[in-house]
Design a protein around this ligand. Sequence first.
Ligand SMILES: NC(=O)C1=CN([C@@H]2O[C@H](COP(=O)(O)OP(=O)(O)OC[C@H]3O[C@@H](n4cnc5c(N)ncnc54)[C@H](OP(=O)(O)O)[C@@H]3O)[C@@H](O)[C@H]2O)C=CC1
Ligand SMILES: Nc1nc(=O)c2c([nH]1)NC[C@@H]1CN(c3ccc(C(=O)N[C@@H](CCC(=O)O)C(=O)O)cc3)C=[N+]21
Length: 295
Amino acid sequence: MTAQILDGEKAATEVKSELVERIAALKRRGITPGLATVLVGEDPPSHAYVRMKHRDAAALGLASVERQLPAETSQEELDAVIDELNANPEVHGILVQIPLPKHLDEQAVLERIDPAKDADGLHPVNLGRLVLNVNGPIDTPLPCTPVGAIELMLRNDIDLKGKHVVVLGRGITVGRALGLLLTRRAINATVTLTHTGTVDLPSHLRQADVVISAVGVPHLVKAADLKPGAVVLDVGVSREINEETGKPKLLGDIDPAAAEVASWISPNPGGVGPMTRAMLMSNVVAAAERQNPPR
Ligand SMILES: NC(=O)C1=CN([C@@H]2O[C@H](COP(=O)(O)OP(=O)(O)OC[C@H]3O[C@@H](n4cnc5c(N)ncnc54)[C@H](OP(=O)(O)O)[C@@H]3O)[C@@H](O)[C@H]2O)C=CC1
Ligand SMILES: Nc1nc(=O)c2c([nH]1)NC[C@@H]1CN(c3ccc(C(=O)N[C@@H](CCC(=O)O)C(=O)O)cc3)C=[N+]21
């Protein structure tokens, strides 16, 4: 048996098509939802990700503002860019691409973004609301990648209630918030959050109904570590340079042989990545709506 594919492009197209009417309604009121991205430094993959985000925005008719800053940008200069975007009425959502160069204080930058304009759901106020609110609906921005991963499962009718989910990685963009989201009452999964301090990772993996790996170590999760029929999501990305072509090849955290054991598997690329971008679009549209309540 080969696992069924969790098609991220397909689910992302659905999410984006559900935004079309909301965007049109905003435009009828003279409001074009606007995304701003801030990218510091020359990392080619980061540039590629930011380009894809602007391409998605353009396809939906959103406005975009792109700020590219040199790697040696100072904290003061970056703060000034954030302040300017916070004050710009045409910008409803701001994303600062992380990681930032080492000399910059990532947390201070995330905190400087107006929480109402936090397109990534990574501002401490928004993360704090996620921590505090277990039971009710949440109408503040949530982190794009974790929500995208969950939405990818729900849209394929995978029921998470009572399931044991093992998350690999506790990074702020992905792993850490997954535990908070999956244990909300509306989802009601049980979560084990693993990291480099975890002892005997395979013993945890063998108990998992669902494995979500957000580490960035190529093929860390082996087929032999999985319970047959597990649902497996591959979020982590690493790159290997092909010696003949000189081109980078994307490698996920999941060993491809896992597809012979899992019931569902998300490809990488083509899985959670496109969902991350769709959720970003959704956050920007929702932010524009909240910033312009109907009178
Ligand atoms: N497809 C998508 O949409 C997206 C993909 N990503 C990818 O997801 C991955 C995670 O991103 P992010 O959270 O920002 O990354 P971080 O680097 O912040 O976090 C990586 C985490 O993995 C843990 N880790 C490292 N090695 C191991 C190991 N051998 N076993 C278990 N845990 C390990 C680290 O543990 P410790 O804390 O102990 O160091 C850390 O918590 C990256 O590869 C990133 O490129 C990120 C965002 C979006
Ligand atoms: N503040 C912030 N927010 C982020 O959400 C954020 C970030 N910083 N820093 C870097 C990571 C990485 N990330 C990805 C987004 C989309 C794809 C994506 O769409 N990938 C496609 C194409 C991959 C390819 O071909 O290169 C796919 O998986 O199919 C991947 C990775 C968001 N991140």
